[in-house]
Ligand binder design. Structure first.
Ligand code: G
Ligand code: G
Ligand code: MN
Ligand code: NA
Length: 255
């Protein structure tokens, strides 16, 4: 009860307790920033920092996920609109995580369309990250929502790929644009275990989908990923999730 009430207050009042941090996504060959992933943060005055792994489930159980998703989308799109106006930032995107429940909210596509219009942003400035389990919870329903979202231009990324229970058939049927390889597979590279990443890269290649490797922490991992044909990566090696004004500086360096 306490945490849900506090979360409701933080979202309704939009009092600065909830912020959005951004983690760089890098083109490995060019060593260049291509976009960022938006990650919600909550700092409560007494509880301190609460992880999204803890408060996103609370939001899902209490009907707060829709207002939370709207708050994150509004901030993330506002920030990417600013970066795209900076010299060197014109083609950057922001990737926003969506929960399974977001996909079931019929007004999501309208809300995304309105925000893009308001900010004068093309849909390609937004990527939406969905886990396999979010999509597989109700594939037919997810397909309808993704088709509606795709009409507005955003890319769809499958997050944490390889960790959920999933059917490969859906990858073919759903309008998916990118696969994000879970960090578990990247960390397995430290034990010379390349087989799963090679398989995912081959599968993605066969479907014509680019992949993003997550959780890249070392130069060795980045080098192996490059050799295996992984074009994009994110992880502590390239940058931790940081406030948006730090990304302003990275965009300036890119110009
Ligand atoms: O940033 P961190 O590693 O603590 O994120 C933990 C989890 O919370 C990740 O799986 C991430 O996808 C999820 N998450 C972060 N921000 C959001 C958000 O705005 N909405 C949803 N639905 N999930 C988020
Ligand atoms: O599930 P999702 O991919 O959205 O999770 C993103 C989370 O992964 C963020 O909370 C972020 O803090 C975390 N993360 C990002 N980069 C790294 C990394 O290089 N190593 C580890 N261990 N975690 C990372
Ligand atoms: Mn993600
Ligand atoms: Na992930």
């Amino acid at each position: 009860f306490g945490i849900a009430a506090a979360l409701r207050r933080a979202i309704d009042a939009d009092n600065g307790e909830i912020t959005v941090h951004y983690q760089p996504i890098i083109d490995l060959a060019a060593q260049r920033l291509v976009g960022v992933e938006a990650l919600a943060r909550w700092t409560h005055p007494e509880m301190g920092s609460v992880s999204p792994g803890d408060f996103v489930p609370v939001a899902e159980e209490t009907g707060l996920i829709t207002p939370l998703a709207r708050l994150v989308l509004r901030r993330a799109l506002g920030d990417v609109a600013r970066w795209r106006r900076q010299p060197g930032g014109a083609d950057l995107f922001v990737a926003v995580n969506m929960s399974a429940l977001d996909l079931r909210e019929p007004s999501l596509a309208d809300a995304v369309g309105e925000l893009l219009d308001e900010l004068g942003l093309p849909g390609e400035a937004l990527h939406l990250e969905l886990t396999e389990s979010a999509v597989m919870a109700d594939p037919a329903q997810a397909l309808g929502m993704l088709d509606a979202l795709k009409l507005l231009g955003p890319s769809i990324a499958i997050d944490d790929f390889g960790t959920g229970y999933s059917s490969l058939a859906y990858l073919h049927r759903l309008p998916v644009d990118t696969i994000k390889i879970d960090r578990e597979f990247v960390h397995a590279l430290d034990d010379d275990s390349t087989a799963l990443i090679e398989a995912i890269v081959a599968l993605a290649g066969a479907l014509g989908l680019p992949v993003v490797a997550e959780g890249v922490e070392t130069e060795d991992q980045a080098a192996i990923l490059g050799r295996l044909g992984v074009p994009l990566a994110q992880g502590f090696l390239f940058g931790r999730p940081t406030p948006g004004d730090i990304i302003d500086e990275l965009v300036a360096v890119r110009a």
